[in-house]
Design a protein around this ligand. Structure first.
Ligand code: C2E
Ligand code: MG
Ligand code: MG
Ligand code: MG
Length: 279
């Protein structure tokens, strides 16, 4: 009997893996045509000053609407894009689209907000990222201080590859932000070696802020490290008033999360550019 169960489990397991592989292949195939078919768009999530909820910047988050698959989360398709190398074209598409949007806002007389773009490790491999960013900044006539990249520490393995490129970006005036800070295995090494301006505390830490003492102390410690090193500290995933109060209490000055706003389409951002975000 036990043997039978074991066999069934094995069969279901295989079945799950097969389905997953099939979906990944479908995603890969569809991704190949996604740019030319115009299936990507970008949502922007406000980053706020915690003291008064005023806007300090926006994070660009790519969205994919595919005719076969519907809306696919970046959490699902970005890893596939990274494995297949498609992330280079997609990443460039995002950078271009964001700087074009800033150009549109600039020409229409909107006050500009600094925009950050998520960048994968793989995008540093061909050594073309810095030139591409510089080219787009020039094409759209955008001051580099309005642009920032977010890199995830857990995904960066090759320091020799990225340090010179980050240094060039930094010298250009582009901001460098460490995303999901605290989830990697070399967080302190990261801020020690890289020309970083901003730490973004991963949302998993914010979730346990009020319920878990150890968690609370970790967040406090990250904020203190950031403040002591004169880095900007941004808390991710703020969902409640209580979390907001506690973060202010711990001397965190900036944050992002559904409490302030979900990621929004560009036209929904326009009214926010003029005024304080009101809670
Ligand atoms: P991330 O950069 O850490 O982005 C934060 C994620 O948390 C976003 O999910 C955002 O929608 C979500 N979020 C924001 N506030 C809250 C909140 O209060 N509560 C909760 N539960 N979630 C919140 P999203 O847009 O699905 O993106 C997931 C990840 O995909 C991003 O994590 C980023 O690593 C990656 N990604 C998104 N766009 C791009 C891109 O253009 N290029 C690359 N390479 N990666 C991207
Ligand atoms: Mg990010
Ligand atoms: Mg993050
Ligand atoms: Mg993340």
């Amino acid at each position: 009997h036990a043997k039978m169960e074991g066999k069934n489990t094995y069969k279901f397991f295989n079945e799950d893996i097969r389905k997953q592989l099939e979906r990944n292949l479908l995603i890969e195939n569809e991704l190949r045509r996604a740019i030319s078919n115009g299936e990507f768009f970008i949502n922007y999530q406000p980053k706020c000053n915690l003291a008064d909820s005023s806007l300090i910047g926006l994070e660009a988050l790519v969205r994919w609407n595919n005719p076969l698959l519907g809306i696919v989360s970046p959490a699902e398709f970005i890893p596939i894009a990274e494995e297949t190398g498609l992330i280079n074209d997609i990443g460039n598409w995002v950078i271009n689209a964001v700087l074009y949007q800033l150009h549109q806002w600039q020409s229409s007389g909107y006050p500009l907000a600094k925009i950050s773009v998520n960048v994968s490790q793989r995008q540093f491999k061909e050594n073309e990222l810095v030139d591409y960013i510089e080219k787009c900044l020039t094409t759209y006539n955008i001051e580099p201080q309005y642009f920032e990249i977010e890199i995830t520490e857990s995904l960066i393995a090759d320091f020799d590859l990225i340090i010179p490129q980050l240094t060039s970006l930094k010298n250009m005036g582009v901001g460098i932000s460490i995303d999901d800070f605290g989830t990697g295995y070399s967080s302190l090494n990261f801020i020690n070696l890289l020309p970083v301006d901003t730490l973004k505390i991963d949302q998993s830490f914010i979730r346990g802020l009020l319920s878990n003492r150890k968690n609370n102390l970790l967040v406090k410690t990250i904020i203190d490290i950031g403040n002591n090193l004169q880095l900007k500290v941004v808390a991710e995933g703020i969902e409640t008033e209580e979390q907001l109060k506690e973060l202010i209490n711990l001397n965190c000055h900036f944050g992002q999360g559904y409490l302030f706003s979900k990621p929004l389409a560009a036209d929904k951002i326009e009214s926010i550019l003029f005024k304080k975000l009101m809670l």
